[in-house]
Design a protein around this ligand. Structure first.
Ligand SMILES: Cc1cc2nc3c(=O)[nH]c(=O)nc-3n(C[C@H](O)[C@H](O)[C@H](O)COP(=O)(O)OP(=O)(O)OC[C@H]3O[C@@H](n4cnc5c(N)ncnc54)[C@H](O)[C@@H]3O)c2cc1C
Ligand code: HEM
Length: 413
């Protein structure tokens, strides 16, 4: 337990560190990767280049420091990050490396303002925060390994089938090479894939939500090709699309994540997705149908048009059921889409449309998609008075904020 003086120093210096937050974490990563290049096998290089991970880590260290005398209060946040850490294989021995370089970076950026007293206080505080993560992660490692079909670290899976679902999304059906049982997952959870790519110095790890219902003898992921923008093409998604073939072995960590459908509840459920954000939603839809056939579910999916609309047949097949209602939004339908009447609404999912078409807002809402889509849905639900605990969402990248204003119209991918 930290003494009162240390707690006071921490709380009074949080605003200073927040002000220099990004400078400190940018410096921190430079120094840490300089001294420990092996960590580039774990971190996502594209997130680094875009500064996204910097923001996530800095924000969390300062948030945790604000609650240094009551870390229980941020346990849900710690758990959500710990899921990702466990899925990536972050171990207790990694924490001192991060701690050391964070303190070096604070000293470096703040100069003389970072007195010994301040540095010592932050060293103690980091130790307390790190211990909280390490103990939550220890439980998660144990659970991942001890459950039926569970395992530690990365296990070999073979690509049993590779199926093109749309112009941009392809599914991979993965079966363990040892032919033993695989761990069950909760609808909404993801796995991490670790790839060794020819010509690449480091391994690359990415998360993919499981897109089929739980209870199969395989895991299915559905991957969107990230390409065609001014930025470099996505490393892993393009490799999976272009190079990985049926029969190839991939390294996979056990399912993780706390964005899961609560099947203990019977409230109506509304699943909203934009683009490839449909993967966890489809798993949730299939689960409701399988285990809660009386529960009302509305499935709303936004895509640019029919060419990039994946897994439609699976949703159509379930939409014939009495408890399932589905709506497809296209913001750039093709002539063929128009001719075939293959969408319900042209444009984006708006608050006005939700008011007119969602039977009740006394429901649980789950959503995932591009950030502008998520911001827009989040704002609409808040405006419509949906309680925070009824709003659940997943980011397909480092957790960001949905509270910033939406500066442009929602886009679909
Ligand atoms: C919990 C979770 C679940 C997910 N589920 C899915 C899923 O079901 N399906 C799915 O398709 N994806 C999913 N993702 C996203 C997935 O993990 C990858 O992020 C995605 O496939 C892109 O990886 P990549 O290696 O192809 O792209 P990266 O190489 O990681 O690049 C990511 C983006 O950054 C851009 N970029 C790269 N380098 C630079 C640079 N130097 N400067 C500026 N921009 C750059 C790229 O153009 C690309 O748009 C999920 C992510 C999370 C966190
Ligand atoms: C107390 C210390 C730490 C804090 C507060 C912290 C915080 C975070 C946060 C907020 C995220 C983003 C989570 C998300 O988007 O879901 C994250 C992801 C991640 N963390 Fe940590 N972390 C800590 C320690 C570590 C350590 C010790 C390592 C390994 C050396 C590590 C490696 C990673 C990696 C690889 C990611 C995935 C993001 C990416 O690759 O870009 N973290 N962490």
């Amino acid at each position: 337990m930290l003494n009162r003086n240390t707690i006071e120093i921490i709380k009074s210096t949080v605003p200073v560190l927040e002000k220099h937050g990004e400078a400190i974490t940018t410096r921190f990563y430079q120094m840490m990767f300089g001294n420990h290049p092996e960590l580039l096998n774990i971190f996502n290089h594209a997130n680094q280049k875009q500064g996204r991970q910097q923001k996530a880590l800095a924000g969390t260290v300062y948030a945790a420091a604000q609650y240094i005398d009551n870390l229980e209060a941020i346990l849900p946040v710690v758990k959500q990050i710990a899921h990702k850490h466990r899925s990536l294989g972050i171990k207790p021995e990694h924490y001192p490396i991060v701690g050391k370089h964070l303190l070096l970076a604070i000293k470096d950026v703040l100069g003389d303002a970072a007195t010994d007293e301040i540095i010592n206080a932050w060293a103690e505080a980091y130790g307390v925060i790190a211990d909280a993560f390490i103990s939550v992660e220890a439980e998660m490692y144990e659970e991942a390994e001890k459950q039926n079909g569970g395992w530690d670290g990365f296990r070999s899976f073979v690509v049993d089938r590779k199926v093109k679902e749309s112009d941009v999304i392809t599914s991979f059906y993965l079966k363990p090479t040892d032919n033993n049982e695989i761990a069950q997952f909760l609808p909404g959870q993801y796995i991490s894939i670790k790839l060794e790519i020819d010509g690449e110095e480091f391994t690359h790890i990415r998360q993919y939500s499981l897109s089929d219902a739980p209870g199969k003898d395989y895991y299915r992921i559905s991957v969107k090709r990230e390409a065609g923008t001014a930025n470099p093409d996505g490393m892993v998604s393009n490799y999976l699309h272009d190079t990985v073939t049926e029969g190839q072995i991939l390294k996979v960590s056990a399912p993780a994540g706390d964005f899961v459908l609560d099947t203990e509840k019977n409230t109506p459920v509304v699943l909203l997705s934009g683009g490839v954000g449909l993967t966890p939603m489809l798993s949730m839809l299939k689960t409701v149908v399988d285990v809660q056939p009386q529960r009302n579910v509305t499935f709303i999916h936004a895509a640019a048009n029919g060419n990039v609309h994946a897994l439609r047949g699976e949703v159509d097949a379930l939409s014939t059921l009495d408890n399932v209602n589905s709506f497809f939004f296209y913001d750039g339908p093709t002539e063929e889409d128009r001719h075939n009447n293959s969408f319900d609404v042209e444009g984006y999912v708006t608050q006005d449309w939700l008011v007119k078409n969602i039977p009740t807002f006394d429901a649980d809402f789950y959503f995932c998609g591009p950030q502008p889509f998520m911001k827009s849905i989040n704002t609409s639900l808040k405006n419509l008075g949906v309680a925070q605990e009824r709003i659940h969402f997943e980011f397909f990248g480092p957790k960001g904020s949905l509270e910033e204003s939406v500066t442009k119209e929602p886009v679909s991918v």
